[in-house]
Design a protein around this ligand. Structure first.
Ligand SMILES: [Fe+2]
Length: 293
């Protein structure tokens, strides 16, 4: 049995006070957005409750699917390093970055510089996609994070990652293959400006090579969608809410995370999912249990 905890989008609160010069770019819009609303919804108490609950769970490994921070301010990266360390050692925590982790041009190397240990494959290399085998699972980590123009929060994988993930999915057929990615593999029209631009190509790779599970964040919602694998087999894609959301608001869910208990072997997998969410009284409890396999 291998147990994986998946949390996403902690958007570490509170936001450190930015210097004016640091806001003379797309950050200004993000800062206004934070001040006008988001800072009410991403609260340290909610995140602390979720982290406490994750630590008290029987998880063997933790996956974090991006948006550790908010505006990619220089002061945010070391704080996120401390957050990762609070979750566990780098060998036990796998991170993929989100669009807020590379919010503007010029910070593309910052996630690797600060959090590289959490984004390194078993081969010791820092490159995406990377592969970590843990228990009977293969964790396949993709990066969709790249700076975008104001009002956009799109992500992109690119041909190099898509080609390599196809190879990795081939090589790990013996394992329970879990794809970790920030952006969802399909977005609604309302989230067109926040979509993964080459999602169709990713779905094509999954349809050809297969995977057992895909875990994502970005939408700040508890979600479950079905993708098509080889021979019409279903691949489930599970979205986690923001781990710091104080409450349900504007279509986003209250803080929570998911646990996946994986057992069996290729051709005969068992996987049970438990969703845990923080309620209005501040306690974290089971909100859904589902047998996925
Ligand atoms: Fe986010």
């Amino acid at each position: 049995m291998f147990t994986l905890a998946h949390l996403s989008d902690p958007h570490l609160p509170p936001l450190p006070k930015p210097r004016f010069a640091e806001l003379c770019n797309k950050r200004m819009l993000g800062f206004l957005n934070w001040e006008r609303g988001r800072k009410k919804f991403h609260c340290p108490e909610a995140l602390e409750a979720i982290v406490r609950d994750v630590k008290a769970s029987d998880a063997d490994h933790i996956a974090v699917t991006g948006d550790l921070i908010n505006l990619s301010l220089p002061a945010e990266y070391p704080r996120a390093s401390a957050f990762l360390a609070s979750l566990g050692q780098a060998k036990d925590v796998t991170l993929v970055p989100g669009n807020h982790d590379v919010y503007i041009r010029g910070v593309e190397q910052s996630p690797a510089a600060f959090w590289g240990d959490y984004m390194r494959g078993d081969d010791g290399l820092e490159r995406f996609p990377f592969l970590r085998r843990r228990g009977n699972a293969a964790l396949i980590a993709l990066s969709t994070a790249l700076p975008t123009a104001p009002f956009l929060a799109t992500g992109r994988l690119g041909k190099r990652q898509l080609d390599r993930v196809a190879d990795i999915l081939d090589q790990t057929r013996d394992a329970f293959r879990i794809v970790l990615i920030h952006h969802p593999p399909r977005s609604t029209l309302q989230r067109y400006l926040k979509r993964l631009t080459d999602a169709a190509a990713l779905r094509g790779v999954l349809a050809e090579k297969g995977a057992e599970l895909l875990l994502h964040g970005h939408d700040h919602r508890c979600s479950l969608m079905q993708l098509t694998g080889p021979h019409g087999k279903k691949i489930l894609a599970v979205g986690a809410p923001s781990a710091s959301a104080s409450a349900t608001h504007g279509g986003e869910d209250a803080a929570g995370y998911n646990l996946f208990r994986i057992d069996g072997e290729a051709g005969n997998w068992r996987c049970a999912m438990t969703a845990r969410q923080r309620g209005a009284d501040g306690t974290v409890r089971v909100t859904e249990e589902r047998q996925l396999f």
